[in-house]
Design a protein around this ligand. Structure first.
Ligand code: C2E
Ligand code: MG
Ligand code: MG
Ligand code: MG
Length: 284
């Protein structure tokens, strides 16, 4: 099992030191209750094709509305859950809820794949492919109705490359996407050998587009690299029309971010999708 790395040595040190702090144990206890009590909910954010404007899919993002604290961001509770058996339960909840939602959309004519984020341990869990296969069969969905997003740091390890679960997922036909690209240390060779079909460029690079020439070169070379490997590039964290324009000009395939839409509850997402998809159908 891979411990989540902090962005800096200081963060790692603090995380170690705080691992058993009363604060963390409290939050973990609350999270345990939250999983059972339905305090967790999925929001959805669309991924939009930069040249056609078509919706290519939506990403499911977990939300926790804590009774006393209000919203707790996933970056605060996912790393905590990853250190306990709770993560597996959370991933099961997320997969079940995402599958139910995509089935509702799919069977009403909105054929938008839903992407789910999975943690390292869950990706390597040998029961994950079975869970997905059973869910897809039960809901009469093709494997491409769902995809898994895994962060670069995890997917780039030898362990992931050789894992039976990863091979089983590929066999099953569930697409994998590499999340937060640019934040890890991937080599070109690795990227080429991985069974991913999509690379998501980390928002930290995307947001600096237009500010410095260096960042522009970085994003441009990632987009070129991804294309040369025959994969699709998706930019995360697109917050402005200007940035969307840069990306389009660079040949980036799709974008996701507040400029297009913020993550929203399923009901709002349905309305948003209906308006978009119906619009396309009438102009097609
Ligand atoms: P991620 O998968 O890279 O998701 C993208 C994050 O960027 C999301 O943060 C999203 O709300 C945020 N975002 C979207 N558009 C914009 C924008 O235009 N500007 C900026 N600044 N941010 C934007 P969120 O929802 O807080 O999630 C953070 C991370 O938590 C995710 O990063 C993912 O790694 C993890 N996560 C979220 N849901 C799940 C889940 O169900 N399971 C697991 N294992 N991890 C999850
Ligand atoms: Mg993601
Ligand atoms: Mg990301
Ligand atoms: Mg992220």
């Amino acid at each position: 099992y891979f411990a989540k790395e902090g962005r800096s040595g200081v963060e790692v040190y603090l995380a170690e030191k705080d691992r058993n702090s009363p604060e963390r144990l409290n939050l973990l206890g609350d999270l345990r209750r939250a999983v059972g009590d339905g305090e967790l909910q999925l929001h959805y954010q669309p991924k939009v094709n930069l040249s056609s404007g078509r919706v290519e899919g939506v990403e499911a993002l977990l939300r926790w509305w804590h009774r006393e604290r209000g919203p707790v961001p996933p970056d605060d509770f996912i790393p905590l859950a990853e250190q306990s058996y709770l993560m597996r339960q959370i991933t099961q909840y997320v997969i079940d809820a995402a599958l139910e939602q995509v089935a509702a959309w799919w069977h009403s004519g909105l054929r938008v794949p839903v992407a789910v984020n999975v943690s390292a341990r869950d990706l390597l869990d040998p029961t994950l492919p079975e869970l997905l296969e059973a869910g897809l069969a039960r809901l009469d969905l093709p494997p491409v109705a769902i995809r898994l997003e895994v962060t670069e740091r995890i997917l780039m390890t030898d362990q992931a490359y050789t894992a039976d679960s990863v091979h089983a997922l590929v066999e099953l036909g569930v697409p994998l996407a590499l999340d937060d690209f640019g934040t890890g240390y991937s080599s070109l060779v690795r990227l080429q050998r991985l069974p991913v079909c999509e690379v998501k460029i980390d928002g930290s690079f995307v947001q600096r587009l237009g500010k410095t020439a260096d960042d522009e070169r970085i994003v441009r070379s990632i987009v070129d690299l991804v294309r040369s490997l025959g994969l699709r590039s998706v930019a995360e964290g697109v917050e402005s029309d200007e940035v969307a324009g840069y990306l389009r000009e660079m040949g980036c395939d799709a974008g996701q971010g507040w400029w297009f839409a913020e993550p929203m509850p399923a009901g709002e997402m349905t309305t948003w999708l209906r308006a978009r998809v119906d619009g396309h159908e009438t102009t097609a």
